[in-house]
Design a protein around this ligand. Sequence first.
Ligand code: PMP
Length: 365
Amino acid sequence: LINVRKNLFEITPYAPGKPISDVKREFGLTDVTKLASNENPLGPSKRAQQAILEALQEVNRYPDGGAVLLKEALSDAVGIPTQQILIGNGSDDLIKLTSETFLNPGDEIVVPSPSFSQYWFGAKLMDAKTVAVPLTSNFEYDLDAMLAAVTTKTKILFLCSPNNPTGTYIREEALQRFLDLVPSHVLVILDEAYNEYVTEADYAQGIDFLKRGYNVLVMRTFSKMYGLAGLRLGYVFGPMEVLDAINRAREPFNANMLAQVGAVAALTDLEHVEASRIQNRAGFDQLQSGLSKLGYTVVPSQGNFLIFDTGLDDRALFDALLREGVIVRGGTALGIPGYLRVSIGLAEENERFLGAFEKVVSSIG
Ligand code: PMP
């Protein structure tokens, strides 16, 4: 143990949403609703499932380490050359790879706060420093403050839009201004894990800026709208030289065969995507109006989740909801004490959450 790098002891392993099986066992429940990990409640596309079943017969073979077919499918879908695409074992993998590629001990990254914790993890792993810049009081980006946080040591600046856990997003004009002002030694990474859920027209699409020559990485995933979280597949669009560098740190077979095959099929299943988007908007409206009737104000969200201020101890609420068989995320662990983050589920799941929440609030408040 004596030779373990010191910074590793400052890392607490990621605490994901509690698994359904744990809650069933712990509370002796048979029916548990999980609205904790921003998954697609409609499940994976049928087309993806079929393709995965067929590919099962070939898992004695290694996957295509270069993910050629998937890159071609993504290239066709968005109009970016395959050399500007890299595939990861989830976007978690790509965040880690990018950190390993660019960060030396003592370097800095700039991140919004609250936001996704893996940016901090990548930096910590490399012994780099995370400079966290708070969102405004209504959870909007303070891009000027993020610019002001950049120093000569800043290597990477992360933006997450829509932002997890707040659901707020960056507008086109704001990103344009920001990218024009950010110093050229800083690599800007736009994490667009929830991109497919966005319905607002002024949302800044990172890929448009990449196409116009900006030095920006755009990360996306098949874990959310495409419903393939369990298979682990993320991808990133970026300038060729930057991806060439990251590719050198990549494991040879970091994206597995079933994930690649499932992703190619899922990309063609536009009906599933559209159904998921519609279901998500309806679910948001349902949760918002249900919570509003109980006296709570939801933060407008462009993701497949929402947050709201409970005015109570979120940890106590989280525990009480677990006993009712409903798993959500407590705000304390996400950097927003008192808030709950609820993933948008099917109508009956949202209803169950609303009922359970109304019940437990009276016992805690
Ligand atoms: N970025 C954000 C903003 C996320 O919320 C998540 C999932 N929690 C990820 C990246 C990681 O996604 P993946 O499953 O592709 O690793």
